[in-house]
Design a binder for this molecule. Structure first.
Ligand code: ACM
Length: 269
């Protein structure tokens, strides 16, 4: 199946414009799974919680999920995309949705909040969910979701892999330089495909500017980079992946990646 990442520069608080931009950029893209960046519809560097609340959407009733569902239905692809969520009780989360041709399937709320996200959002309260989806040919695979800074905590990708993920979709707004060289290791150590869709451009709040580093990338279960984007350009990159090839975690005749784990000895809190 084909995995595509869209890397672009969302405009701050311009949801409708961002949705129109993505619709244009994805026109003609042929893929089974499309991953968009974190907070793709709203922009990232909120100047106030009021701004975050203005941009936040109900899920699944908001404009972004509505548009994602339209794209998924017309293309046959599954979409994973990040957006600010306002829960029914008013709480705000930095979330990602999984939307298939049949509509909204589920939501992940970012567990590890980065920098000033902590001023506006609550940390996720739903663990690391894995969804069963199908490619355009009807083959089922297991899709895990994590968001940006979650990559820094190996437990996130590990949790998804232990829950059976074949592919980890990773909407991102990366500003630190380390993730692109770390994702191949997340993929290798969990024997899973990873698909990191980052953004480009800058956002400024007062005196401070964030520079987003692009370099969206797709990695295979052996830690090889299958596709990568530039540091600065709007682009779609894609790669062919076989989710079944992630499932055999037998490393040698005597070693299994998961069965050889010694959790009793790790002392993890
Ligand atoms: C990040 O988590 N957006 C760096």
């Amino acid at each position: 199946m084909r995995v595509a990442l869209l890397q672009f520069s969302p405009e701050y608080l311009q949801t409708e414009r961002n949705l129109d931009t993505v619709e244009r950029l994805l026109d003609g893209v042929d893929a089974d799974l499309v991953v968009l960046p974190e907070l793709f519809s709203s922009g990232y560097f909120f100047r106030s919680t009021e701004d975050a609340r203005t941009a936040a959407e109900s899920i699944p009733d908001g404009p972004s999920v509505e548009r994602l569902a339209k794209w998924a239905k017309s293309s046959g692809a599954t979409y994973v995309a990040g957006l600010p969520e306002q829960a029914e009780d008013g709480r705000l989360f930095n979330s990602a949705v999984v939307v298939t041709p049949r509509g909204w399937l589920g939501t992940y709320r970012k567990t590890h909040l980065f920098y000033e996200e902590k001023l506006h959002f609550l940390p996720g309260d739903m663990g690391f969910p894995v969804f069963t989806v199908t490619d355009c040919a009807g083959n089922a695979y297991r899709l895990g979701v994590m968001i940006c800074f979650d990559w820094y905590f190996p437990e996130a990708a590990r949790s998804l892999a232990l829950s059976g993920a074949d592919v980890i979709a990773h909407p991102s707004n990366l500003v630190r330089p380390d993730c692109p060289r770390s994702m191949p290791i997340r993929a290798l150590e969990n024997h899973v495909f990873t698909a990191t869709a980052n953004r480009v451009g800058t956002e400024t709040k007062g005196e401070e500017t964030l520079y987003f580093i692009g370099q969206s990338l797709i990695c295979d279960p052996n830690g090889h980079v299958l596709a990568t984007a530039s540091m600065t350009e709007t682009e779609v990159v894609s790669a062919e992946v076989d989710p079944k090839s992630a499932r055999d975690r037998q490393l040698t005749a005597h070693n299994h990646l998961f069965e050889d784990r010694r959790p009793d000895h790790y002392g993890l809190g």
